[in-house]
Design a protein. Structure first.
Lengths: 423, 167
């Protein structure tokens, strides 16, 4: 019987010919990512008497959640991270290179078919490159660092077939918000997801990363796209050797198979306080916004900045609103700088910040106050997520955020941009 | 060795996320300040919760972030266990890793009200409402999960294996 992508990865990683949903395996982990949680992981390992990692060359450490340090406490945490990276022999201490998921992807640490665990729930992003990426907590990461393995349940797989003709100003963010609304934020609880179909095939790698990133918002353990010719092209020169393709067997078994027709789909907006509380943009047009945030591992790649630039070039951010742009990585920042996007966005009135998580989890560089409204390209709008519990966060695509920045209220991007990033 | 947990129930709804259990900026606060912000959506809970109390929740308890402070904060408040309709998967794994009993049990939200007395037989995942005389069967831990929880968490298990030369 054929296997899904999750089954293939977990069979290989546990040294078996085949596995089935519901089985428990001990999987050897191919890649491990830790951000600032690395300090605590190493602290508890030392307390347990562990003096070395199983395989430090498989570990990547990135400083992103509080970079640059907003206070002395986090400056200390960063110093502890550097100390432990040296002590445990982690060569791939990338420090402040940007947001972890973007950095690992663009620097060739993610390979199709690999099992990659990170101390961050949005590690599902790696599924966009055909990799089984998922988030774990710091104690489990400590265990993985020491043993190189982790117990895992083989998940059932749900397939979403994306079909139809995308309309004007539609981005992959709109599709995943639509899925979170139509199928709920727990549709993929304990399950792996595969996104397939012609719209998935024609989507850019950046667009796929947005959807895989938010796979965790529908409960998914893994959020795969098949690694196809586009993936190979993206990975060539980033990873060693010719990148492999990777996909499910043609006769793989799915627990559910859903078709999502994007024809006629409007840009979508998630309203407070849940990523599944989604409405078409036309239903919320006119909602006042104080802050607009174009950032995070969800939607701050070059493509996203390009779309925002197309909309904002020659226009101005509304006087009483503020637009904060946080490129997903230093590489994205540099590429956007060379392409002229940074200049155009700054001329339009945007504040450009260092590449880090920043405002998304309410770390710094854009915390919102009581009564304020933020329209954001990020992944979660839980109460208090970006600052005050009395603030409101709406989620949307970079196109919708850019159009709304000009209006000072939620605006329909179709009035300013007829393009699409969906091929 | 049947482990029995008994306590008074606090009831919560669906989709209670990790950010409500551990607000981001509370992570760097001293515990005496941070504890007042755990599940602040019910201020009376935060003020009146007692060690040994049990949380009953709806669907998708602990959805969201990988922050381990979410289950850790509940454990530090003295919550003896959480029984929910279903869990966010990272939260659920984290709770096992830190030896904090969390069981999935369909029907639990309808079977309990605030203040009811619950008894849990952990190994069999038997859930009893002692106030109403109702018994439910949840989803038991696998032997491996039970071992982690019974040994006091993954780090205790790691230490034991290290000392036994089995690492």
């Amino acid at each position: 019987m054929g296997m899904t992508m999750a089954e293939k990865v977990l069979a290989r990683a546990s040294g078996r010919d085949a596995v089935s949903p519901g089985e428990y395996v001990t999987a050897t982990v191919d890649g491990m990512m830790a951000h600032e949680a690395f300090a605590a992981c190493c602290g508890i390992l030392q307390s347990a008497g562990v003096s070395k990692f199983r395989d430090p060359d498989r570990v990547v450490v990135v400083i992103d959640h509080w970079f640059p340090a907003p206070n002395v406490q986090y400056a200390r945490v960063h110093a502890v991270c550097r100390h432990y990276a040296e002590k445990f022999g982690v060569r791939n201490f990338l420090g402040p290179a940007g947001i972890c998921h973007q950095v690992l992807s663009e620097r060739g640490f993610i390979r199709p078919g690999d099992l990659v665990l990170g101390t961050d729930s949005h590690s599902t992003t790696y599924g966009a490159l055909g990799s089984a990426g998922t988030g774990i907590g710091l104690t489990e990461m400590a265990w993985v660092l020491a043993t190189g393995t982790l117990w895992m349940r083989v998940p059932p797989t749900i397939r979403f077939r994306l079909v139809g003709q995308p309309g004007a100003a539609l981005m992959s963010k709109d599709i995943i918000l639509h899925i979170a609304c139509r199928f709920t934020t727990e549709v993929a609880q304990y399950a792996s997801v595969e996104f397939a179909g012609p719209v998935a095939d024609s989507m850019t790698v950046a667009g796929r990363m947005t959807i895989s990133n938010m796979g965790v918002e529908i409960g998914a353990k893994f959020a795969f796209f098949a690694a196809d010719a586009k993936t190979v092209e993206y990975l060539r020169g980033r990873i060693d050797g010719e990148p492999p393709t990777f996909g499910p067997d043609p006769d793989a078994q799915y627990a559910a198979d859903y078709e999502v027709d994007v024809s006629g789909l409007e840009p979508q907006v998630a309203c407070p306080d849940d990523p599944g509380n989604v409405r078409p943009v036309s239903a919320v047009v006119g909602t006042r916004v104080d802050q607009l945030f174009l950032g995070s591992c969800t939607n701050a790649r070059l493509e996203d900045l390009e779309v925002a630039t197309q909309i904002l070039r020659g226009r101005r951010v509304y006087p009483s609103a503020r637009l904060i742009v946080t490129p997903a990585s230093r590489q994205v920042y540099l590429d956007a700088l060379k392409a002229g996007y940074i200049e155009a966005l700054a001329e339009a009135g945007a504040v450009i910040t260092a590449s880090a998580c920043g405002a998304c989890p309410g770390s710094h560089m854009g915390i919102i106050g009581p009564g304020e409204v933020c329209l954001s390209t990020t992944n979660r709008n839980f109460k208090g997520r970006m600052g005050s519990p009395e603030a409101q966060v709406y989620l949307a695509s970079p196109a919708t955020v850019a159009a709304s920045a000009i209006a000072g209220q939620i605006a329909d991007p179709r009035e300013l941009w007829a393009g699409t990033t969906l091929g | 060795m049947a482990r029995v947990i008994r306590g008074r129930v606090w009831k919560f709804g669906d989709n209670v996320n990790t950010d409500l259990m551990a607000p981001w900026d509370s992570i760097s606060q001293p515990w005496e300040e941070a504890r007042r912000r755990v599940l602040h959506i019910r201020p009376e809970f935060t003020e009146q919760v007692q060690p040994g109390d049990i949380i009953v929740a709806g669907r998708n308890w602990g959805c969201g972030s990988s922050r381990e402070q979410a289950p850790q904060n509940l454990k530090m408040l003295g919550i003896a266990a959480v029984v929910a309709e279903s869990f966010g998967r990272i939260y659920f794994r984290n709770s096992i890793a830190i030896a904090f009993p969390n069981l999935a049990c369909r029907g639990v939200a309808a079977a309990f009200e605030d203040g009811d007395e619950m008894e849990i037989e952990l190994e069999e995942a038997r859930i009893r409402n002692l106030t109403k005389g109702v018994e439910l069967r949840g989803q038991p831990y696998t032997p491996e999960m039970l071992e982690i929880v019974e040994k006091g968490g993954l780090m205790a298990l790691l230490k034991e294996r290290l000392e036994a030369g089995r690492l």
